[in-house]
Ligand binder design. Structure first.
Ligand code: HDD
Length: 710
């Protein structure tokens, strides 16, 4: 195992100034006084009253009483890691940003992944969008890319963000449900707001239940600008492409993982980094020249639209590696403050009205979450270059600013800190021309809400489409108002008739031919309602392969977790035959024993078990191996949980390998009907098993496996 705490960077060195390590040190109060007893309060006699004088007790309790800060209003549950970004080739034709032009740099990053709707303590496998926020500590200041794992957003204007979030959060009268969109208020809102449809259908897809944070794409969503040294602007969309491919679990697994390990994603990220299996993503640019702004059938400023990769290919320009877990969750992951407005020279904004609203919201929220405008001084947030300005004081100021002058211009301070010319790296905004009437309106070019959701659905493979049907049937099935479900069915029919009719049949309802107008309530009281109705579907691309997650395959099985089901007397030669090649391929092989502690193999050697059948579940593993050994198989035959383990692994379309006597156990499960399955390897070569695991799932099995009552 690598010692990833040895991985360092400019930012890690910077954090060391504030890092405290108690090893070999004496306990003190916050005033530096050595403490002699932290177990007993000061009393008038051993059984007597406690004394107010006890400043050691008071300090300890007072600090504890104030340990919590408000959780994030959205994206409250998250996990972070340190790493670095390296550029493949200078992108100076597009931008003057140092991180995108200087290939010699290894720019430190801190990334926080999150769910959106749930509280800080909610379960990782909620059906939800995932946040993917990256803080680049560049030599020119902090650049934050605050994106999600889906390339589009629910709404077109920041003005609607509180409505969206209030609808998806637990219903305010009963604070139910936690971390779930499957309830009336969410579908009441989205069914009246057809612009949400595109993100909604992504939310119903497998993307919303990832196998791992390490196996998700990331997207900056908005169209940003890149500005080069000549001041020329190009539009850009940012993409993160995971080298491990894009992988998900099934909904049935997600539900069970909630109970088996509600920290599943957090643990997975932590364990992979501790094991030296550092997750990697390539950063991609989709570049659109200024003059092509109006070339598309949709508006580049509309955040509910993506640019299909077939129209504008993603150029991979660099790679990010996450190689170090935080030292302290609160100090780093909880206190990190991202902001889409943290940019560096060479990167700028567009008029996307969602982005513009975000530029206000992120600093504002830190004032209540972190308590002061000095949140930038918290170690995880401060840049690696020096900060000098005339901002002063406020709660919890850390910096000791020298000198008399906190104003500009000044002569007493020698005119310092002085201003930077643009040529010296001073930031200047792109000179976007504005000549317009002040209006509170939505552009008509934002009115097409159905073409891209339909394109997304068409582009999915058959099993992915079926998962969308199942997800909508589950979510709408949880709603209690028929009129809301009817509106949703009517809207789904605008995407795809078959999708809508399958969902309708699962709900036991008909698709209405008409619904109450206006379809789009998300407009002003005086707006021209008819003009603002969603326009007809356009078909500018039959399919976009890149929208299916099957399109980004991965090779290998590094960090995949393989369960070895065994009891005393298992065949050591079977086990060794499989274990070595699996581990050489980077997989994590763990014995799940008939009991805890250790089990003894047929050669008499003792092997430590990672879990007993009582303490784990099949859903937290990627594949299953069962070695032979008569005594071991007889013991497993007597444990109902062993059969459940096999049945579930089959149901979730995962690879299974078994050797010699293990076939008897397999025959005692639904396995007997799946012996010809290509991801079931009986007495086969390890390489066949490795190939099957690397495909992630054998979806061809899914229809038949659904019948397994596990
Ligand atoms: Fe946001 C947090 C991503 C729209 C207001 N947002 C937050 C985080 C992510 C995103 C990943 C968590 C950052 C972290 O880990 O600390 N948000 C997005 C994306 C959006 C988006 C990809 C659309 C493209 N957000 C959005 C809008 C608003 C906000 C329109 C408000 C007008 N978002 C916030 C916030 C949060 C936040 C309330 C909560 C905690 C924080 O900012 O620091 O200000």
């Amino acid at each position: 195992m690598k010692d990833n705490k040895k991985e360092t960077s400019k930012k890690i060195e910077d954090l060391k100034k504030n890092t405290s390590n108690p090893k070999g040190k004496t306990m003190t109060t916050n005033q530096g006084l050595k403490v002699n007893d932290t177990n007993n309060s000061l009393k008038a006699g051993a059984r007597g009253a406690s004394l107010l004088e006890d400043f050691i007790l008071r300090e300890k309790i007072t600090h504890f009483d104030h340990e919590r800060i408000p959780e994030r209003i959205v994206h409250a549950r998250g996990s972070g890691a340190h790493g670095y970004f390296e550029l493949y080739e200078s992108q100076e034709k597009y931008t003057k940003a140092g991180i995108f032009t200087d290939t010699s740099r290894k720019t430190p990053v801190f990334v926080r992944f999150s769910t959106v709707a749930g509280s800080k303590g909610s379960a990782d496998l909620a059906r939800d969008v995932r946040g993917f926020a990256t803080k680049f500590y560049t030599d020119e200041g902090v650049f934050d890319l605050v994106g999600n794992n889906m390339p589009i957003f629910f709404i077109q204007d920041a003005m609607k963000f509180p409505d969206l979030i209030h609808s998806v959060k637990p219903e305010p009268d009963r604070e139910i449900p936690q971390a779930a969109s499957a309830h009336d208020t969410f579908y009441d809102f989205v069914s009246h707001t057809p612009e949400t449809l595109h993100n909604q259908i992504w939310l119903m897809s497998d993307r919303a239940i990832p196998r791992s944070f390490r196996m998700m794409e990331g997207f900056g969503i908005h169209t940003f600008r890149l500005i080069n040294a000549e001041g020329k602007s190009h539009f850009v969309k940012f993409h993160w492409k995971p080298l491990l491919g894009v992988k998900s679990v099934t909904w049935d697994e997600a539900v069970k993982i909630h109970g088996a390990d509600s920290d599943f994603h957090r643990r997975d990220l932590w364990d992979a980094i501790e094991a030296g299996q550092y997750p990697e993503w390539e950063l991609g640019f989709q570049i659109v020249p200024e003059e092509d702004e109006h070339k598309f059938d949709f508006d580049l400023l509309d955040p509910t639209k993506l640019i299909p990769e077939e129209m504008v290919p993603v150029q991979r320009i660099g790679k990010m590696t996450l190689n170090r877990n935080p030292d302290n969750f609160f100090a780093e992951t909880e206190q990190v403050a991202f902001h889409p407005g943290h940019v560096v020279p060479g990167i700028d904004f567009t008029n996307d009205p969602l982005l513009q609203g975000r530029l206000f919201s992120y600093t504002d929220t830190q004032l209540s979450r972190l308590g002061s405008p000095n949140f930038n001084e918290i170690p995880i947030n401060r840049p690696v270059n020096e900060i000098h300005n005339n901002q002063r004081d406020a709660h919890m100021r850390m910096t000791v600013n020298k000198g008399k002058t906190a104003y500009f211009p000044n002569s007493i301070g020698g005119g310092c800190p002085h201003l930077a010319k643009i040529a010296e790296g001073g930031f200047s905004h792109y000179e976007d021309r504005i000549d317009a009437k002040k209006v509170r309106e939505r552009s008509e070019s934002f009115n097409d809400h159905f073409s891209q959701p339909a394109l997304f659905y068409r582009s999915l493979t058959q099993h992915e489409q079926e998962h969308v049907v199942q997800a909508y049937s589950f979510e709408l099935g949880k709603c209690t108002y028929d009129h809301i479900k009817e509106r949703m069915l009517y809207i789904l029919a605008q995407i795809d008739e078959t999708l809508a009719s399958k969902v309708a049949s699962n709900l036991g309802m008909e698709i209405p031919s008409e619904i109450e107008r206006p379809l789009n309530q998300a407009i002003g009281a005086d707006a021209d309602v008819e003009k603002q109705q969603p326009g007809p579907k356009k078909n500018y691309l039959d399919k976009s392969e890149a929208l299916s997650q099957e399109f980004l395959p991965s090779e290998g099985i590094a960090t995949r977790k393989i369960a070895v089901l065994a009891g005393d007397g298992f065949s050591e030669s079977d086990y060794n035959k499989m274990k070595k090649p699996l581990e050489e391929a980077g997989a994590m092989v763990q014995i799940v024993g008939t009991h805890g502690g250790s089990i003894t193999c047929d050669k008499g050697d003792s092997h430590k078990v990672a879990h007993s059948l009582m303490t784990t579940e099949s859903v937290v593993f990627d594949a299953l191996y069962i070695p032979g050994g008569k005594k071991s198989i007889d013991a497993l035959m007597k444990q109902a949980k062993a059969k459940k383990f096999i049945n579930e692994t089959l149901k979730h379309c995962k690879a299974i390998a078994l050797d010699s006597e293990a076939e008897k156990l397999f025959d005692a499960t639904y396995g007997k009907d799946f012996k010809d399955d290509e991801a079931v390897i009986i007495n086969g070569k390890p390489q066949k098993f490795i190939d099957a695991i690397s495909k992630h799932r054998n979806w061809k099995r899914e229809k038949a496996a659904m019948e397994i009552p596990a």
